[in-house]
Ligand binder design. Structure first.
Ligand code: COI
Length: 358
């Protein structure tokens, strides 16, 4: 049983749930754990608070920092719902291994998320597309200057009520100079440095009028990898194609779910290398009918155009079919209006301490 210390006074009345900016509003509590002497200790749910951190904190200097992104939603009967928490702890631990950090116990992760979400149930916004975003983060906490793995770590789970991450379709720049990740690097890990490295090219792309970057591979700048901080899908000649998880792209859980849903629904789906030349050619032949990004925060967001070698290629977002179908399907799973035939959803009972598998 995780120890729970509650706030004396909730901040919830100060929040305008009709107007929630993404990433800025935090709920009352957090889960906190420390790794020291080779094990996770001092685990508790307590009021969200600032941390007292030494300037030599190892994570700040050498980047041992990983995170996850998940969402809790409300079933139409009012119960909180989680989607595939088991996949998130597996990915967190894969990121931990890559970044030479300790794994976090799967059962404690699930218990911590369930207890925290039940405690913060009133913070889950209603309405399709809105959710309580769950942000687990693990980082090195040794006070030490010098490159080596930390002996101590902090693991926190915080939650934020959110609405849409992107409010309108995106314009992508196929990036020919900078890369997001190279094979053998850290692209598959959800680690802070991958996001830091994307900021400068993103800033340059925004100055050119784009919203986000279409990342190309590190060696040939030929194969498409991701869209900004999301996985990317193309619909070409009625086939749904997404770049294969080759070690350099993030293995998105939304990406995986979409592939599984589309296969069951009878779509032709391919996970394979897809070159920017193939995408451009398909556009020229009129066969490229959709491009969309997917991720936990964004769920599914349409791409309205992309630029490559100085040319802009426009897309008819109003005639997209796969992207709206899949977005609706995921949102419907999340509020219980679509039957959970995949067994992905955990419905939390607020009255009892145990979660019930749907
Ligand atoms: C997510 O989609 O959950 C992410 O972690 C991406 C981040 C830019 C919000």
């Amino acid at each position: 049983m995780i120890k729970i210390s509650k706030v004396l006074q909730s901040k919830i009345d100060t929040v305008d749930f009709n107007n929630i900016p993404f990433g800025k509003v935090f709920s009352d509590h957090m889960f906190f754990a420390e790794y020291t002497d080779g094990s996770w200790q001092n685990m508790e749910i307590k009021p969200l608070e600032k941390l007292n951190i030494h300037p030599a904190n190892l994570a700040w200097h050498y980047g041992q920092s990983i995170f996850e992104g998940m969402k809790a939603t409300k079933h139409f009967d009012g119960s909180p719902m989680l989607m595939r928490p088991d996949m998130h702890i597996k990915r967190l631990n894969a990121s931990a291994t890559r970044m030479c950090m300790p794994e976090f116990p799967e059962d404690v992760f699930i218990e911590a998320i369930e207890e925290l979400v039940k405690l913060e149930a009133d913070w889950i916004p209603k309405g399709k597309g809105s959710a309580l975003y769950i942000r687990p983060i693990m980082f090195a906490s040794d006070e030490f200057i010098g490159v080596r793995p930390s002996d101590n770590y902090i693991f926190i789970i915080m939650t934020l009520p959110v609405s849409l991450y992107y409010s309108k379709p995106l314009s992508l720049k196929a990036e020919e100079s900078y890369i997001r990740a190279a094979n053998g690097g850290t692209g598959e890990a959800k680690t802070a440095g991958n996001y830091a490295a994307s900021l400068h090219p993103w800033k340059l792309a925004k100055a050119e009028g784009y919203d986000q970057i279409m990342w190309l591979d590190a060696i040939e700048r030929k194969y498409v990898q991701e869209a900004g901080t999301m996985n990317i899908f193309f619909v070409i000649d009625n086939t749904v194609i997404t770049p294969a998880a080759d070690g350099s792209i993030l293995k998105g859980i939304t990406r995986r779910s979409i592939l599984e849903i589309l296969k069951v629904k009878g779509y032709v789906v391919e996970e394979r290398p897809i070159s920017i030349d193939e995408v451009v050619q398909a556009h020229k032949n009129g066969k490229l009918t959709e491009v969309f990004g997917t991720g936990t925060a964004a769920v599914v967001i349409n791409v309205k155009d992309f630029g490559y070698k100085g040319e802009k290629y426009g897309l008819e977002v109003d005639s997209y079919k796969v992207a709206p179908f899949i977005k609706q399907y995921i949102n419907d799973l999340r509020d219980g209006s679509e039957e959970d035939t995949f067994g992905w959803m955990t419905k939390l009972e607020l009255q009892t301490a145990t979660a019930q598998k749907l």
